[in-house]
Write a protein that binds this ligand. Structure first.
Ligand code: 5AD
Ligand code: SF4
Length: 464
């Protein structure tokens, strides 16, 4: 009987990707995934530390798991509990002390050692075992190369860690120094993904446009993200490329050229700005000003006029005045975002900003967040509404909630619902948009020559 593995993933796409890789790593140990924590032999919590109360959430989940572990033990079954990800990296051995239910704590730099460490826990099964040290070799060298059946849309991790040290952010501490995979490895993995059915590939990295992977020529030179995208675009079978998440400072000429020249590079970019105030940006150690950001946006639009932007914002950063916040609203007005994430600043222990004296009172930050979100939501609605009547190429990749309905993505990452047979899954189909909601579009699918293949669809009330 295969052993059962339950994985709970918190946080970003990088964690979703890491969870999938860890599941693959554990397959040779006989683990197959289950959706039920209670029946699992191995529970893996892949945690995220980027925002507030992350550690508390993990500890309360561990409280619930303690009961499941006790029940399993009463039934004569051992349950191994492993905490991975950035909370694991930040808490380290402290987690084993505070939550003795945990058998193994493993940081993101050590995932390739997971099978060995799990096997050891299973052997020893007495006391805990922490492994949060940074191994010398890159985790990329040891991740499994073979991959199971893939979705139409796949993620490919090309870069890890970050050297930017924004003063609010834990990533440089939890994910460690910036490291890029060699180009040849990335191209090989992309070929494998395509062979397994992927046609859209999203390159992942905490600071993905800092990518500087070793060149295939092996002459000590390296390629930036732009050059990598040009090479990926040459691979037969890839119809869409995306990358996330980027830093404005690392948008270079080659990347702009990729946006100008590559039709397969989708015209949608997540480019976090965090604030529109130069004073706040300096305190955040962002290394760019509001004017720099606006100039980069202009360059991107010059390269690809239909490019739409998404961003991250933090409000209530220590010392943020009303005027600073107004500068953020002004920047949002100037750019016009298709989509965005906005957060209230939360001090992360160990980061420089957490030691700043001038923390903004909670209610002030909440009020600013509400105002910013109102503006961003309005822009998103406008962006979506502008697509009504247009015909967009939609890559359909999943079933909708209603029978006969498929859901896909527009080039701008909008979810698009249409009535289509299941055989259309995995295809890019032109869709005339008939209705736009806050978060999704509905439309009627046209076949390649423009004939109707399905009738219009009402918007899903609960679509997100
Ligand atoms: N407080 C609030 N938001 C944060 N982010 C990162 N650290 C913090 C923090 N301490 C946000 C940033 C980042 C996104 C992934 O999370 O906007 O871009
Ligand atoms: Fe964190 Fe992104 Fe800044 Fe790196 S660039 S420190 S990941 S916010």
């Amino acid at each position: 009987m295969p052993k059962k593995l339950f994985i709970k993933t918190y946080g970003c796409q990088m964690n979703v990707y890491d969870s999938a890789r860890m599941a693959e790593l554990l397959t040779p140990l006989g683990y197959a995934e289950t959706q039920e924590a209670a029946e699992a032999d191995l529970v893996l919590l892949n945690t995220c530390h980027i925002r507030e109360k992350a550690a508390e959430k993990v500890y309360s989940e561990l409280g619930r798991l303690r009961q499941a572990k006790e029940e399993a033990a009463a039934a004569g079954r051992a349950m191994t509990i492993t905490v991975a990800g950035c909370v694991a990296q930040a808490e380290g051995e402290e987690m084993l002390r505070r939550a003795p239910v945990v058998d193994l704590v493993i940081g993101p730099q050590a995932y390739h050692r997971l099978p060995e460490l799990i096997a050891r826990v299973e052997r020893e099964r007495s006391g805990g075992l922490a492994d949060t040290e940074f191994p010398v070799e890159s985790k990329f060298d040891l991740l499994p190369q073979e991959r199971g059946p893939q979705d139409v849309s796949a993620f490919l991790s090309v870069q890890e860690g970050c050297d930017k040290f924004c003063s609010f952010c834990v990533v440089p501490y939890t994910r460690g120094a910036e490291a890029s995979r060699p180009v040849a490895q990335v191209l090989d993995e992309a070929r494998r993904l395509v062979a397994a059915g992927a046609q859209e590939i999203t390159l992942l990295g905490q600071n993905v446009n800092a990518y500087h992977g070793a060149a295939p020529s092996d002459d000590g030179s390296s390629w930036g993200l732009g050059r990598l995208l040009f090479a990926l675009a040459e691979l037969p079978g890839i119809t869409r490329l995306r990358y996330t998440t980027s830093h404005p400072q690392d948008v270079d000429e080659e990347l702009l050229a990729a946006h100008r020249d590559l039709r397969v590079l989708m015209p949608f970019l997540h480019l976090p700005v965090q604030s529109g105030s130069d004073r706040v940006l300096a305190a955040m150690n962002r290394k760019h000003t509001a004017a720099d950001y606006l100039r980069i946006v202009e360059q991107l639009h010059a390269a690809r006029p239909d490019l739409a932007l998404s961003s991250d914002f933090i409000v209530g950063f220590p010392g943020e005045s009303d005027a600073d916040f107004q500068a953020t609203l002004d920047l949002v007005e100037a750019v016009g975002f298709a989509q965005a994430y906005s957060f209230k600043y939360s001090p992360r222990p160990g980061t420089p900003a957490s030691a700043l004296a001038s923390q903004v009172p909670g209610p002030v930050a909440s009020e600013r967040l509400a105002r910013l979100q109102e503006l961003l939501n309005r822009q998103q609605r406008t962006f979506n509404a502008e697509t009504v009547g247009q015909v967009l190429p939609v890559l359909f990749d999943r079933a909708g909630r209603r029978p006969g309905q498929l859901v896909g993505r527009s080039p701008w990452m909008q979810s698009v619902h249409a009535l289509l047979p299941d055989s259309a899954r995995g295809q890019i189909i032109p869709v005339r948009v008939t209705a736009a909601g806050d978060n999704s579009l509905a439309g009627e699918a046209l076949d390649a020559v423009g004939a109707w293949v399905a009738q219009p669809q009402p918007l899903e009330a609960s679509a997100s």
